[in-house]
Each structure stands twice: as structure tokens, then as C-alpha cells.
Design a protein around this ligand. Structure first.
Ligand code: HAM
Length: 414
């Protein structure tokens, strides 16, 4: 029987969850279009190389979380573990270099083989925004403002703190990396096994460790701010000044490093306390070397992704579904005529559910259960008079209305 369950870490999404998630996507699409974003839907799977190179062999995603497989043509493919690499691949394949800046919004399922828990799944859904082309810090400000405005429009900005950091340019980052390797090597034996491995592969990620013993060592680690060159420092200052001017509150979190290899300069996460351990609702940053690394031109980029499930969980209320009207035909002639009436109402934008089976009290029960606002009862008498009985299910009032004027009447009530 276990084969009839959804696979661990995956879910069937319906009812309130589906409504909440749809509201998150629709809000994002509306807000992002006010910043000039256009939709880009990339395929759900790509050649494995598309993710391997930019995300970094040492990243958690590439080393242990990707759903990779060979297809029947023996191609090495991977279900997307994020959007950014696929968007960059689309930019290169589509020859979009001539049309920068490109502002792309996307949303959809994403796959990572992680240990499932509340707010963490193996198939989840992301909102994604990328701006390809501009290398100036003002673009970072716009991108972060887009994230903040999305959270405001969802009514959750008050429960979220923007953590902001800079990773500097590659020179600054390399200098910092060396300093970290030196420091952590001195404390090697006290580090967890994971962190010892990271010391060789990706020492910055040790700063991210949630393990207590590691954290005690991290406290004394050198800080990136001490290794930033002037150019990186100026870049970050322009971002923070811009955010202040744009009215986007933030805290500078020097320990924020992000889990992917491709970031340079700006890195940020919007974090909430109300979801428990999985509190990062949006994460992103600048990735100036990514497109070149994939084999494209040296084009800069900055963007972010938000977890749709996590944002949906934060909504104070479930968006209400449209209340339908129930159409209840009594007899064969009414049933037939009903096809025409219902189609006309739907054409006028009214939500109609035709309930054609069972006795009237059963049907009325179903109408009430569906929170219908009205029941439309059509029998032979009404049909010959060209009218229909409209019962308001909130007040209980009933009225005979001419069929010709029905759509207008329901719209006025609705
Ligand atoms: P990320 O931080 O890996 O960044 O993921 C972004 C967001 O996706 C997270 O903040 C979280 O809300 C959600 N998320 C991640 N993993 C899971 C999971 N297993 N279950 C549920 N939600 C999850 C990226 O993906 C980058 N591509 C963001 C980016 C875009 N950077 C530049 N452009």
C-alpha cells in the first residue's frame, strides 16, 4: 500500500493550501510586473552540467541533493534544484545578450533530496526573479526592494527581517577564504566532521554551521569586512544607502554566506521566526561570474528565490474562494434549458455550479456546504413563464426573476 502514498517529501496540494499558494504566486507576478519583469518558464529538467558547474561540485545541492537520471537517449539530466542556472542557460541559448537588461520572473516546482521536515520538502515551489545584464549596485537595491514589496503585499513583511551581507568581489573573497582556512585549520580537531570536510571544499560554509561546537569556533573567526577591497566596500555602501532611501529595513549579518557557490558582492535572506527552523523565506544575491562559467558571455546578474510553501504558511488568512451560485433544474426540460442559462451566466463572469441529481433538499444541502450565495431553482412552471426562482442563501429571501435579466440581477447582488 505504501506505493499509493505520495513519495516522501512530496505533497498533493489542494483546498486551502492550493488557494494560499496561488495567492502567493499571483501577488508576486503582479508586483514583479510593476518592476518591468516578464515571465520566463524554463524546462523542469536540464542537462546535469547546467547545474553542476555554476552551483559548485562542493555545494550541498550538487554533492547530495540533485535528482539526476539518464533518459532513454542516455542523456544525463537533472530535475531543477533551483531556477538561476536554468535562467542563465536560457539567456545564453536564446542569444539574449543584445537585449539586456533582462528581467525575468518564474515560478514552479523545484527538487532537492533533503531531509523532509516542516517547511522543507523534496518537491517544493519557488518564486524566482533574476535581472541579467547590469553590474551596478543600484540593480541590487531594486531586486531587494522587489522582494520586500512582495512580502508587504502578502501582508507578512512585519514578521520578516532582511539579513544583508557582502561577499565582496572574487579578490576579496579569495583573500578572506585563505584567512578562514588558516584560522579553522588551527581549530581543525574541534570542528565537526562536516565542517572538516568543508574546510577543504568550501570553508565559507563553516560559518553557516548549526552545530554548537562549530558555532563556538565560528565566533572567533575573522570577519569578511576586514578583507574587502575598496571597490567591494563602495559597492556594498551604495547598496545599503539605496535600501535606506527606498525604505527597506535590513540588518547587516556578517555571518550570512548562502549555500551556493556562485555569489559575489551582495547576498541576502529574508528570515522569519514564526516558521520554526526553516525560517528563510527568500534568499538571493549577485552572481556576476555565473553566465561566463556556463560558457556564455561575461554578463552580470542578480536575483532571488522565495519558497512558495513557506510564504503561503505565513499568510494570516486563507484567501476566500469565489462564492458560487447553484443551479438546480427540476425536470428534463429545465435540465436541458439549464445548459444555455448556465453558459450565459458563466459568460457574464458568474461562478455557477449545476447540481442536477438527487432531491431538492439534498441539493440545497450541497449548495449550503459549498457556501453558495444563491440557489437558482428552475421547474416547468417557471420555464413556461420565462422566469427562475432565485433564493438568496444568506437571507433566505426568494424572488422570481426573468431569465433574461438573471445575469444582471446576480451581478448586482454579488
Ligand atoms: P535558496 O536559498 O537555495 O536559493 O532557495 C530559495 C528559497 O527556497 C529558500 O529561501 C526557501 O524559502 C526555499 N527553499 C529552499 N529549499 C527548500 C525546501 N527543501 N523546501 C521548501 N522550501 C525550500 C536559490 O535557490 C537561489 N537560486 C536563489 C537565487 C536566485 N539567487 C540568485 N537568484
Amino acid at each position: 500500500m505504501s506505493k499509493l502514498q505520495p513519495v516522501r517529501g512530496t505533497h498533493d496540494i489542494y483546498g486551502d493550501d492550493a488557494r494560499r499558494m496561488r495567492h502567493v504566486v499571483e501577488t508576486f507576478a503582479r508586483v514583479a510586473s510593476t518592476y518591468g519583469f516578464e515571465e520566463l518558464a524554463t524546462p523542469i529538467f536540464e542537462f546535469t552540467e547546467v547545474f553542476k558547474r555554476p552551483l559548485g561540485e562542493a555545494s550541498d545541492i550538487v554533492s547530495k541533493e540533485m535528482y539526476s537520471f539518464r533518459d532513454r537517449g542516455d542523456e544525463e539530466l537533472t530535475l531543477r534544484p533551483e531556477f538561476t542556472a536554468g535562467v542563465a542557460r536560457a539567456f545564453i541559448s536564446g542569444g539574449m545578450q543584445q537585449s539586456t537588461p533582462c528581467r525575468f520572473m518564474s515560478w514552479g516546482p523545484v527538487f532537492r533530496y533533503e531531509r523532509p521536515q516542516k517547511g522543507r520538502y523534496r518537491q517544493f515551489h519557488q518564486l524566482n526573479a533574476e535581472c541579467l545584464g547590469p553590474s551596478d549596485p543600484a540593480t541590487d537595491v531594486d531586486m531587494i526592494a522587489l522582494g520586500y514589496r512582495t512580502l508587504m503585499e502578502l501582508g507578512v513583511a512585519g514578521d520578516v527581517v532582511l539579513n544583508l551581507n557582502t561577499l565582496g568581489d572574487p579578490d576579496s573573497r579569495n583573500a578572506y577564504r585563505s584567512a578562514l582556512v588558516e584560522y579553522f585549520s588551527d581549530h581543525r580537531d574541534a570542528l565537526s566532521e562536516d565542517s572538516q570536510r568543508r574546510l577543504l571544499t568550501n570553508p565559507l560554509r563553516i560559518l553557516d554551521s548549526k552545530i554548537e561546537g562549530d558555532q563556538a569556533i565560528v565566533v572567533g573567526a575573522p570577519k569578511l569586512s576586514g578583507y574587502l577591497n575598496d571597490q567591494s566596500r563602495d559597492f556594498f555602501r551604495t547598496v545599503t544607502n539605496g535600501l535606506e532611501r527606498a525604505g527597506v529595513p535590513f540588518v547587516h549579518n556578517e555571518r550570512l554566506v548562502r549555500g551556493l557557490d556562485y555569489y559575489t558582492h551582495t547576498a541576502f535572506e529574508f528570515i522569519t521566526e514564526i516558521l520554526g527552523a526553516q525560517g528563510t523565506v527568500i534568499g538571493g544575491g549577485r552572481y556576476d561570474g555565473l553566465i561566463k562559467k556556463l560558457g556564455g558571455p561575461p554578463v552580470a546578474g542578480v536575483g532571488w528565490a522565495g519558497g512558495i510553501e513557506r510564504l503561503a504558511m505565513m499568510l494570516a488568512e486563507t484567501p476566500t474562494a469565489v462564492r458560487p451560485v447553484f443551479f438546480l433544474p427540476m425536470g428534463d426540460a429545465a435540465l436541458l434549458e439549464g445548459f444555455k442559462i448556465c453558459e450565459e451566466l458563466r459568460g457574464a463572469g458568474i461562478t455557477v455550479i449545476a447540481d442536477r441529481t438527487g432531491n431538492i433538499s439534498k441539493r440545497m444541502n450541497r449548495a449550503n456546504k459549498a457556501s453558495a450565495r444563491a440557489a437558482l431553482i428552475l421547474g416547468d412552471d417557471e420555464l413556461s413563464a420565462g422566469t427562475i426562482m432565485v433564493k438568496n442563501l444568506d437571507s433566505g429571501d426568494q424572488q422570481q426573476i426573468s431569465i433574461d435579466g438573471l445575469a444582471k440581477h446576480l451581478k448586482a447582488q454579488g
